[in-house]
Write a protein that binds this ligand. Structure first.
Ligand SMILES: NC(=O)c1ccc[n+]([C@@H]2O[C@H](COP(=O)([O-])OP(=O)(O)OC[C@H]3O[C@@H](n4cnc5c(N)ncnc54)[C@H](OP(=O)(O)O)[C@@H]3O)[C@@H](O)[C@H]2O)c1
Length: 372
């Protein structure tokens, strides 16, 4: 069983627990995050592949909170490329993704197309010798994810899934608490992310050909959370509901990892609370909603009393938290790495193995071309 995060044990913090009780529970506090200022990362020249919704938010986050330079955008349409470039003050607009990845001024390509296109687009950039940051899920299946990471390793370029939540300060706080074993033996992790649905019948979320469904779009976050805190599951049990287009509109996963259980829910129908927890014998951590974005943490003792709180001071539009992952990528590339130790290929592939298993248990018929 592999648990993610840095494995170096940290020295215990010196502060006392929040309620001052002496009930046999070790001193528990949430340590400060070690996350460096995203503005200080070495500067890379970014090219955006696919000028859609998240691409716009990503560019804004970089321009507002980092020194990263977005130098080019590529679209299948000249009009969309030009319009994105004008809206976001990006100097060069390329027609076609080949032109973008061949741009000698681009160091790293941000792949922001629908899930089903990620492998093809990432492989294109890798073949052109570019580093890649690929939106989540990195591919529609674990096998395709392996193909991407193998190609990047062979080419000696950096590749990472854009699991931005891993790079938020709050996740570093959680990682430190887990490294210290401060929660005691872990029994449960929960996460729910439902409600990202759509009223647009043509949405990619409902289109199996684009990797639609709750699991691939939102389940990737909840399965990742369980894996981060409990480790790769030994057993995946999934139940879900397919909608009229054949995609999963609701899915709940039981992820058994040793003696602990993860419960992960994703859905396109009703909106859930968007919380995540990790529960140990000595205490639990609750991540404030929305757990996948910069929010906050509450540490709760076994008596139910609050021991500590940490609130992210990042008072900005929530997707601006994408700046942390971009800065982490820039640092890793400057260090000559081809993977980031906090979200390496093994983590992304293991989450997709969970999602492959869950999708098949639910009865999702993978479109032709999805190798698993
Ligand atoms: N990190 C996050 O918080 C977050 C949030 C939302 C989405 N995402 C991820 O980002 C990716 C894109 O999502 P989005 O909501 O930004 O999508 P979107 O608005 O539909 O944009 C996707 C872009 O991809 C391009 N594209 C290439 N092939 C396509 C195809 N076959 N069909 C449709 N578009 C195609 C299109 O640009 P051109 O045709 O102009 O080239 C389009 O603008 C998804 O994988 C999603 O999971 C992440």
């Amino acid at each position: 069983m592999h648990r993610e995060g840095r494995s170096v044990p940290l020295s215990a913090g010196g502060r006392r627990g929040g309620n001052g009780q002496n009930d046999g529970v070790p001193d528990l506090l949430l340590p400060p995050p070690r996350t460096p200022d995203p503005a200080d990362a070495p500067v890379l020249r970014w090219g955006v592949l696919g000028p859609g919704e998240i691409a716009g938010d990503f560019v804004e986050a970089l321009q507002r909170h980092t020194g990263q330079r977005v130098v080019a955008v590529g679209s299948r349409s000249a009009e969309r490329a030009a319009s994105f470039a004008a809206r976001h003050d990006v100097p060069r607009a390329h027609v076609g993704y080949d032109a973008l990845v061949d741009d000698p001024e681009v160091d790293v390509v941000y792949v922001a197309t629908p899930h089903s296109e990620h492998a093809r687009n990432a492989l294109l950039a890798i073949a052109a010798g570019k580093h890649v940051l690929i939106e989540k899920p990195v591919a529609v299946t674990a096998a395709l994810a392996r193909t991407i990471f193998d190609a990047a390793a062979a080419a000696g370029v950096f590749a990472m899934e854009a699991m931005w939540t891993r790079f938020l300060p709050q996740t570093d706080v959680v990682a430190q608490v887990l490294e210290r074993g401060a929660l005691g033996p872990l029994s449960l992790a929960t996460a729910d992310f439902a409600g990202g649905g759509t009223s647009d019948p043509n949405s990619r979320l409902l289109d199996p050909a684009q990797g639609g469904g709750a699991l691939l779009d939102l389940g990737v976050y909840v399965a990742w959370w369980s894996q981060l805190v409990l480790g790769t599951p030994d057993r995946v049990t999934a139940r879900g509901l397919l909608g009229p287009t054949g995609v999963d509109e609701q899915a709940t996963l039981l992820l058994e990892a040793g003696d602990a259980q993860g419960v992960a829910t994703a859905g396109l129908r009703g909106r859930t609370a968007w919380r995540a927890t990790v529960v140990g014998a000595a205490a639990r951590i609750e991540v404030t909603a929305p757990f996948w974005a910069a929010s906050g943490l509450t540490l709760v003792g076994p008596d139910g009393g609050v021991r500590d709180r940490w609130d992210d001071p990042f008072d900005r539009p929530y997707r601006h938290g994408l700046c942390y992952e971009a800065a982490a990528v820039a640092r890793a590339i400057a260090e000559g790495r081809t993977e980031h130790p906090d979200h390496p290929s093994a983590s992304a592939i293991a989450v997709l193995e969970t999602l492959d298993a869950a999708r098949h248990q639910i009865g999702y018929a993978d479109p032709p071309g999805w190798t698993t």
